[in-house]
Design a protein around this ligand. Structure first.
Ligand code: MTE
Ligand code: MO
Length: 298
């Protein structure tokens, strides 16, 4: 059985986790704000970010480019019912109700480091399922080499899409072996609660060894294709953002270093740590890129 590298034991002593759980259940997540008494220091020096941090410091440009815009503006997006179109090289294409698509796939908890290309990071306890389970259900055909994803484009509720900051709808893609990797999940929850709109409700991708922009939110289309899809950030600035976007401290962004990262919420004791190759998941994923020039394929 594959085991993700971080477990809750690595990041937060169980008793703190249980306390959090109880608190969340009893008081609602808002009350965890600034609860530094509960923020246990981890074995690795990592700690879970709070619900408050994870849901108020976001990138979701459809709802504005400020970090607090998504939390403020995404509330009007209606995520139930939600439809997802599946097309391309699959045995079971169609337009599905999300429930129909995923309700029989059990969810599990995955605590992952999350590293934005802007050089900030968090540790997030996701709930979700391995993307490979969904792909198995859809029946990937042998000619398929990549998976492409598309975010909803809802101009009525997405204030940001009237501005040409990016070419909407937001799109992303993975090579099929990356998509099938057991670390790659579809997230539907955080801290055991339904994923909030600002984090990509009702279902978003999470690829923990890649920069955050690969983790596309509020997915409405999944396409199996045989050519490398163009992702939105690569299209907007190809010299700054690549298709692979593997976290790599040795390949700087043209305008800033990727050697270290600012840990959100760790202000008190400094809060900058070294960035790890593949965001710390090298043991699990480096083999996917054997023989590839990772400077060129950034
Ligand atoms: N549709 C869509 N997905 C998106 C983005 C976006 O602007 N639109 N931003 C990306 C970036 S740059 C990051 S860092 C993560 C942020 O996820 P979070 O807000 O849940 O931390 O979402 C990614 N997915
Ligand atoms: Mo990002």
């Amino acid at each position: 059985m594959f085991k993700p590298e971080l477990t809750r034991a690595d990041v937060t002593p169980e008793r703190f986790w249980l306390n959090r759980r109880k608190l969340i259940a009893a008081l609602g997540a808002g009350s965890l704000a600034g609860g530094f008494g509960l923020r246990a220091v981890a074995q690795e020096g990592l700690e879970l970010n709070s619900w408050e941090q994870i849901t108020n410091y976001n990138n979701f440009y459809e709802f504005g480019i400020g970090k607090e815009d998504p939390a403020q503006n995404a509330g009007d997006m209606s995520v139930d019912p939600w439809r997802v179109t599946v097309d391309g090289l699959v045995d079971n294409p169609g337009e599905y109700a999300l429930d129909e698509l995923i309700s029989d796939i059990p969810t599990e908890e995955r605590i992952y480091r999350f590293r934005c290309v802007e050089a900030w990071s968090m540790v997030i306890p996701w709930n979700g399922f391995e993307l490979n389970k969904l792909l198995a259900k859809l029946g990937v055909q042998p000619e398929a080499k990549y998976v492409a994803f598309e975010t909803a484009l809802l101009p009525d509720v997405m204030e940001g899409v009237q501005f040409p900051v990016l070419d909407w709808p937001y799109t992303e893609g993975l090579r099929l072996d990356e998509a099938m990797h057991p670390l790659t999940i579809m997230a539907t929850g955080i801290y055991g609660r339904q994923i909030p709109n600002q984090n990509g409700a009702p279902m978003r991708l999470v690829v923990p060894w890649k920069y955050g922009f690969k983790s596309i939110k509020s997915i409405v289309r999944i396409s199996l294709v045989n050519e490398q899809p163009v992702n939105t950030w690569q299209e907007s600035a190809p010299t700054e953002y690549g298709f692979y976007a593997n976290v790599n401290p040795e390949v700087d962004h043209p305008r800033w270093s990727q050697a270290s990262e600012r840990v959100i919420g760790a202000g008190f004791f400094g809060g900058r740590i070294d960035t790890l190759p593949f965001n710390g998941y090298g043991n699990e994923v480096a083999a996917l890129y054997e023989g590839m020039d990772l400077q060129e394929n950034f």
